[in-house]
Design a protein around this ligand. Sequence first.
Ligand SMILES: NC(=O)c1ccc[n+]([C@@H]2O[C@H](COP(=O)([O-])OP(=O)(O)OC[C@H]3O[C@@H](n4cnc5c(N)ncnc54)[C@H](O)[C@@H]3O)[C@@H](O)[C@H]2O)c1
Length: 265
Amino acid sequence: MERLQDKVAVVTGAGSGIGRAAARLMAREGARVVVADHRAETAEESAALVEQEGGRALPVAVDVTDEDSVAAMIASAVGEFGGLHVLCNHVGGTDPRRDLDVLRMDMDELDRAVARNMRSTLLGTRYALPHLIRAGGGSIVNTASVAALAGDVLQTSYGAVKAAVVAMTRSIAVQYGPRNVRCNAVAPGTVLTPALENNVPEDVVASLQRTTALPYLGTPEDIGHTMVFLASDESRYMTGQLLVVDGGMTMQSPAAEGRRAQLPL
Ligand SMILES: NC(=O)c1ccc[n+]([C@@H]2O[C@H](COP(=O)([O-])OP(=O)(O)OC[C@H]3O[C@@H](n4cnc5c(N)ncnc54)[C@H](O)[C@@H]3O)[C@@H](O)[C@H]2O)c1
């Protein structure tokens, strides 16, 4: 299958987890991929994986919160591959040790959350847009989270900035839809990435499984496949949308788990 043949894609946060999976899957569909990450060595590892699978990849070190660095990342993509068609603004997240309830919230972490999730999305989009328009159109895929959809006792900043990413997705879609630039977002549920496994205690992961309708948690590839779909022309009539990929976590009634024993099968 070559759903991204002749396309050039930039994926931020591609040195690990979901971003790495998305970059590999896009390359398998024929895209030439810029794998961009803060950590140069992990970007290089991801690029090597793509190349081992017969794809084309350019590793780029970037800090997505820094305007000059983002501008240089987009310039590298266009310089190396001659244009740009897809941008995945994937970097995000907060530090769960500092992103707490409103009384105990570390205010510096709030500022970092804004930079890592919102500022990064806006900057990536700003520098990619002229090239997407020049190419006759393109697709921007932003990474939100189910945290944007429901309140929580902790990670106050995370939910707020991811909701802002969803709102920004709609504004980008409205502003540049007429230039044939689409912008959609993905809201992953619980995905077994290094970030999750290193930061979230096992008992919390088990409780997340209990609130998920399907009997398994997500893999990076589950989200990567959704990103390929949003990047490709298969989603050409979709823009400004949020695709929730959460194994049925947010659609499940809080009462369901307690009544599950009543099911005949
Ligand atoms: N894992 C989950 O369950 C889950 C659920 C919902 C949403 N998400 C979202 O997915 C995205 C990434 O999550 P992941 O699980 O793939 O994380 P991850 O930690 O595995 O990967 C994130 C990558 O981003 C890079 N990075 C961090 N700050 C950067 C910066 N300033 N500039 C450039 N690169 C930077 C890191 O080096 C890392 O390689 C985030 O937006 C997160 O909010 C994850």
